[in-house]
Design a protein. Structure first.
Ligand SMILES: [Mg+2]
Length: 236
């Protein structure tokens, strides 16, 4: 009997319909946001630099930032049922986010979902003792400069324990974790990348679609993955 797969789930634009980090950046960042966003989309700067650059434009008040994030939150349909399904089949659910991160637990708490998630790998954003907004990336790779949160390492941690991984995400930055997983449920940018690279995937509309996905078997993805979390990170 195969081990039930674990789910590694992106947060912004995946669990929530909107990317709340991008929404905060666009709302408070003004023209500076467009410049930083264009540089990121052209892959001139990695997400870690995007976060730190945008943070300079945000209010230095976590209450204001959290209130906006909560106001704009819409949980994608079926997420609650998906979490119940995962619990029923004894599958672990990990959220892995490379956004500002501070709003994830409050949002899940607000919707009574937090207790159904096994663990949350996320960045943190806070006002430091000098009144400056800081973004810290505790799950970054030790030398790779691309991601703030090394989602590929979280996928690999599970696989090295013999647990297959289904990756659920929407953004281009999800390509690293997705490329290491055994099956991918992609939307938007990630779907295009899966198609271009002939990965094992099925696109999805809401979390009811993901409930239908069967547990994959463990696969060695080292030759076709986009990065090397146990090595120097991004493959050149
Ligand atoms: Mg996303």
């Amino acid at each position: 009997m195969t081990t039930n797969a674990a789910y590694v789930v992106d947060f912004d634009g995946t669990v929530t319909t909107k990317d709340l980090s991008s929404e905060l950046a666009a709302f408070f960042g003004g023209t500076e946001f467009m410049e930083i966003e264009n540089r990121y989309r052209n892959r001139e700067i990695p997400i870690k630099i995007w976060l730190q650059s945008i943070a300079k434009s945000l209010p230095r008040d976590m209450d204001i930032l959290l209130a906006k994030a909560l106001q704009w939150t819409e949980i994608r349909p079926g997420f609650d049922s998906f979490l119940d399904h995962a619990i029923e089949q004894d599958s672990q659910v990990f959220i892995a986010s490379d956004g500002f991160g501070f709003y994830i637990e409050p949002i899940l708490e607000e919707y009574n979902l937090l207790h159904k998630v096994d663990y949350i790998y996320r960045n943190d954003t806070f006002v430091d003792g000098h009144g400056k907004l800081q973004v810290v990336t505790p799950h970054a790779h030790s030398v790779c400069t691309v991601c703030g949160n090394c989602k590929a390492a979280h996928v690999l941690d599970l696989k090295e324990k013999g647990i297959p991984v289904i990756y659920i995400g929407d953004g281009s930055n999800d390509r690293f974790g997705a490329s290491w997983s055994d099956y991918i449920c992609p939307r938007d940018q990630l779907e295009k990348i899966c198609k271009e690279n002939d990965f094992n995937y099925s696109p999805w509309f809401d979390f009811y679609d993901i409930i239908k996905v069967e547990s994959p078997s463990l696969q060695d993805r080292s030759a076709i993955s986009f990065c090397s979390p146990r090595g120097s990170g991004i493959k050149v």
